[in-house]
Design a protein around this ligand. Structure first.
Ligand SMILES: [Zn+2]
Ligand SMILES: [Zn+2]
Ligand SMILES: [Zn+2]
Length: 484
């Protein structure tokens, strides 16, 4: 393996450490780290790849970590979270951007018709209802408003003041904290986060009914003319409740390739979304037999998406970039933690706000599995099957791109012209993470994140190729892949 040292700049000290540890294999380690894009906690695998002729079954070539320096390969961790692995998160953000943008503008190369751009498209934000008064920062035309000037009574039944004359700064840790923790309904807030998925499913199920009612059609007639497609992300608010940002699109009865009929317009879609959000509810049973009706908050926002993919109103942020950014966040944005808690005592020991701690205790009582995310059950970015491409399809494109750039495969292809080649890979887990010297090398390979343009393609500059094995694969596996 040859490393082009001129393309990188890093301190010589870590390289000296790598030379001491790996000897002649040190350049290969540097190359492996480069191919992970600077992943902070790559997985080490050992094993071999064997190339066969599909026709005769003859072994054409073999490469093994047993004989090739440095004796292992590295696979990027692939973690979505910005807080866990910045380079892998950046790759995920680009995929998320592409996936959302393809549903807005289409991408013929990836099998999404560009006709979708002319379909009714709405960008909608669904919020959580109030669970009690919290400190807030509201900015209007005159600047930052005072937090809370109080209602009819100045104090609650616990004697806490319901007034806060502050104009909170953007980074004020008070924002999102309850004015009175005894008044705040933490149990309901945790239940709401936990049942958000059910509320969303019901919203999407009921949307066609409102569309039908607005168009003067029966639901059956509407379903024969229109299909709903969407992509959505979950965003934690400072108070620890999740809101949903969604792109909602209407297609024809046969999906993205067909135009919706029946007078479906973006305006009507926006109205139907708002009506549905005001009406849907899910009744759930909380701890102690408490029954709670889960519904959306009244702060509903729907905007028509313009042809350039921007929902406008002075935000100046493309919808796809907006959704992609939130797809890499986690519960930390709402005061929670970015990884699962296994022992209840962690809740008391963690450096989180008292507000988040109270919410986390309620979430733990519902399900310890989701306490760290304040009850929310994951799935930050989800989409309807027909919305656009899948993450798996985008990763497959990248794997093909890497295969094209693999000199070992190129050599076999050149030798076996006209013969179909099958590669069998069998690798096992041999560890994970980087030593301090390896980490220093990884940092030097990181690219600076910038928003890709709507025309950006996977595999373009900045998304560096890594090794071709999915992290979600079992620890021992073998797979066959035809080489294009
Ligand atoms: Zn990583
Ligand atoms: Zn305040
Ligand atoms: Zn109170």
């Amino acid at each position: 393996m040859v490393v082009d040292a001129s393309r990188t700049t890093f301190e010589p000290a870590p390289l000296a450490v790598l030379h001491r540890r790996y000897g002649a294999g040190a350049p290969a380690v540097v190359e492996l780290i480069r191919r992970t894009g600077g992943c902070t906690s790559p997985i080490r695998l050992e094993g071999e790849s064997v190339a066969f002729s599909a026709g005769s079954g003859a072994v054409l070539a073999r490469r093994s970590t047993r004989s090739d320096a440095p004796g292992f390969v590295l696979v990027a961790c692939g973690n979505r979270r910005e807080s866990r692995c910045p380079p892998c998160s950046e790759r995920y953000r680009r995929d998320a951007y592409f996936l959302v943008a393809a549903g807005l503008a289409g991408d013929e190369a990836k099998g999404v018709s560009t006709d979708v751009a002319s379909h009714p498209l709405v960008f909608a934000t669904f919020t959580a209802p109030s669970f009690g008064a919290v400190h807030r920062r509201v900015v209007d035309g005159t600047g930052v408003r005072r937090c809370r000037l109080g209602g009819p009574s100045e104090t609650c039944e616990h004697g806490a003041s319901l007034r806060c004359p502050e104009r909170h700064a953007q980074d004020d840790p008070l924002i999102g904290q309850a004015l009175c923790p005894d008044c705040y309904d933490y149990e309901a807030a945790a239940l709401w986060n936990a049942n958000l998925g059910a509320l969303w499913r019901r919203t999407i199920t009921y949307l066609p009914r409102e569309l039908a009612a607005l168009g003067g059609l029966s639901v059956a007639a509407l379903r024969s003319q229109v299909r709903v497609a969407y992509a959505k992300v979950a965003e934690f608010q400072a108070r620890g409740s999740v809101h949903i940002h969604a792109v909602i699109r209407l297609d024809g009865p046969d999906g993205p390739d067909t135009a919706p009929a029946g007078g479906a317009t973006a305006q009507r879609l926006a109205e139907a979304v708002a009506r549905t959000a005001a009406r849907v509810a899910v009744t759930v049973a909380g701890p102690g037999g408490r029954e709670l009706i889960i519904r959306w908050g009244s702060q509903m926002d729907t905007r028509l998406i313009k042809a350039d993919g921007d929902a406008g109103d002075g935000h100046g942020v493309g919808v796809a970039g907006y959704l992609a950014k939130y797809a890499t966040k986690d519960a930390q944005a709402g005061g929670g933690l970015d990884r699962r808690i296994r022992v209840e005592g962690v809740i008391e020991r963690s450096k989180i706000s008292d507000h988040a701690r109270a919410l986390m205790r309620s979430a733990w009582a519902l399900s310890p599995r989701w306490a760290h995310s304040l009850g929310f059950r994951g799935h930050f970015l989800t989409k309807a099957r027909r919305y656009s491409v899948t993450f798996a399809a985008l990763r497959a494109v990248r794997a093909d791109y890497r295969a094209q750039a693999d000199p070992w495969l190129a050599q076999i292809r050149a030798r076996a012209t006209g013969d179909q080649i099958v590669i069998r890979r069998s690798f096992h887990y041999a560890g994970s993470g980087l030593s301090p010297a390896e980490r220093a090398v990884a940092v030097s390979f990181r690219t600076n994140a910038t928003s890709p343009s709507p025309s950006a393609r996977i595999g373009s500059a900045g998304s560096r190729p890594n090794l071709g094995m999915p992290v979600s694969a079992p620890l021992h596996w073998s797979r066959h892949r035809s080489v294009p």
